[in-house]
Design a protein around this ligand. Sequence first.
Ligand SMILES: [Zn+2]
Length: 419
Amino acid sequence: MNEEFKNIPSKVNLEQFDVSSFAKDKIRDLFRTGKVPTAEVMVDEILLRAVKSEATDIHFEPTENELRIRYGSEGVLKKLVSLPREISENLANVLKTKGALNAFEKKKPQDGRFSLNVGLHQFDIRISTIPVMAGERIALRILEKNARVTSIEELGFTPENLDKVRNVLHRPNGLFIVTGPSGSGKSTTIYAAVNDIQSVEKNIFTVENPVEYKLDFASQVSTSTDKTFTYVEALRAILRQNSNIIMVGEIREAETGIVAAEAALTGNLVLSTILSDSAIGAIFRLISIGVPPYWLASTLIGVVYQQLVRKICPSCKEEYIPVTDEEKRFASMLSGNDAKFFKGKGCDKCENTGYAGRTGIQEVLVLTDQMRDLIYQHASIMKIKENARSGGFESIFQDGIKKVKSGLTTISEFYRALG
Ligand SMILES: [Zn+2]
């Protein structure tokens, strides 16, 4: 629970409307007789609770019988409440109106955003809807405005990987990619990277939609959602302004990738993200969306692939002996018998979860001339992997194992993140 918001009182006892705990008829009676707060008040309460529990997202899922509401916190979903199915449309209308969406459009996905104030804090809420069998499923992403940019030392890199990343970042030009699945903290990492290399002597730009963190050392360009002002247009304009460092929110299609590579080739350090399943996978993802291999071969300097895992709560951390099959499977991967295993047994400080906060597990690929040659020649993933390994590349699995062995996270988190 966030200490600062602890004292903001709840206005609604949502639990009394939970159809999974109380008889549906009784709750429906409450609704019929009007003994319930308005949909606006309900939504405000749900948002307040989400912020209080430091949730990163909220999911409203109508099913045939209920409206299930869950929070995402530290990468894990937790149920908040199951409300009667009947009110799901009212809540959806309130949310869609807040996000300036068309409340009457229920057959097509929509997305938008709105601001939320809690105490002295401002949040940017992204809303997206998708029609499902029983109505509309709505997801909210919660981002704190003016949140502090994380420093690169706080991302959980091993000292060796941090060295590699910094070496790449201090090159004057080239394309640096951070990759991972959605929700793996990619934007936190590129912001930390830009923050690490910023200097008054450099012309620094960011291009995003929308701007996620405010930086006082960079010019931040926000493109439009309706394609009237695109990443490509923004990048071309930036290139006319004598830029040195450019952060591009995400490469989703060929054109952005090609202009980003062009910028890297003309003397910029370009940092961006792409969704993919490994550092080497990111190269092939870029090629598959249409960025020609020769562009990558001449510009790509480094790729970080990352995932987030929960950290063991330091207040209730204890050593234990592996018992489950999963734990034994993990132990069998380690050489030697001296490995110790830790987990949190649960305490007040971690709300009995055994975890507190998250950290990254990563793999860092530094492109060598040989690798660039292989990309240029359209070599297979296997070939590039072999080459990377022979040059000392360590996979995210190896990094994850290190972080379990050092007692930072648990075996079950390792498998949750890496399968
Ligand atoms: Zn604890």
